[in-house]
Design a protein around this ligand. Sequence first.
Ligand code: GUN
Ligand code: FE
Length: 423
Amino acid sequence: MYQDFVLKGAICYSKTKDTLRFLEQGFLVCIAGKSAGVFPDLPDRYRHLPVADYTGKLIIPGLVDLHIHASQFTLRSLGMDLELLDWLTTWVFPEETKYQDAAYSLKTYTSLVEDLKRGPNTRACLFATVHVPGTLLLMDLLEASGLVCMVGKVNMDRNCPDGLREKDAETSATATREWLEQCGSYRNTAPILTPRFIPSCTDDLMRRLAAIRRQYRLPLQSHLSENQREINWVRELCPQSACYGDAYARFGMFGDEAPVIMAHCVWSEDREVELLAKQKVYVAHCPQSNTNISSGAAPVRRYLEAGIPVGLGSDVAGGAHTSIFRAMTDAIQVSKLRRILTGHNDAPLSLEEAFYLGTKGGGAFFGAAGSFEAGYEFDALVIDDGDLAPPFTLSPRNRLERIVYLSDDRHISAKYVRGVSIF
Ligand code: GUN
Ligand code: FE
């Protein structure tokens, strides 16, 4: 089933969050869909393999989007003068209601998947909507694309319009089980449990979803501490909880069964940071969304120092761009503004750190993904940055910096996921 091969060219990937490895000319070997390592000279044992010669181009790991709303692709750039709760009511909930319609779902999910296929991301964790047929359709389209994705049927049984709200906790939990039973046979697409956030889910629903999580050992994604009004609302809804994150923990959403992503964490208080670190919860940092809908600037440096696993999210449509190159740039820029405007003296994120977050950091949620070390799943981009080159010599690091800030989909010459050529 697998075709083994070698890519030749300049190669760059993260070793740690602070260190990049560069080879100006090297060989990246793919065996059975995994990296067998990066070599300055091709070892004899691989000399029989076909070599794709990308001399002059830069080969890097595929990028990972830990948080995107597939059903909001149509909303990119719209309603950005509002803050979270008003934006959800005015734009998001009416739009998501349309996904009960099969033709609408097919049309919009197809354009999203085409965009993702063309772009630099090779893996993503996506929110669909509450609708089971639409969620399965999205999973079918993503599976056909060759990308590796986790997709969530969203749960919501309160605080949204009648056309979107699931009738009650039992109805929502039953629909979730039906969905899970129908998504068993994909190669690259897997389900992820997706309670939208505390305000959308009754206590009864959260407890039922925790039971499903344990039973199926399912990963989970949701939102946490994004916006001040949202946090105050959760305090009213869960008065017994010590903090917003503690509400998820009390319902049984954190813990060892399977990994968890919490998107945003812009305003997490000390005890929430401790809880996230203790439970090894992934933070999906979504800097563009946090700027667009005025949520704030997340303390990413603090999370890294606390040992919390962090990746990047586009959060389309809070964010307007699917590319995680753009999220890397935004993460660096927002970290600088945070430092200047808040008086917190956290060092801004470096290029090395931002690249790590968008590759190996987020990739860890999928297992061994986002790097080229031996044993990692073989997700690779070949970037033709010839037209980005200035009339003077760039160091390898500056070359990568230019690609992160300036490249777009047209610069991607080839894309591989799990050792399979996407184009
Ligand atoms: N919190 C709950 N739902 C959403 C959503 O759709 N987008 C964002 N940014 N935050 C949310
Ligand atoms: Fe979101």
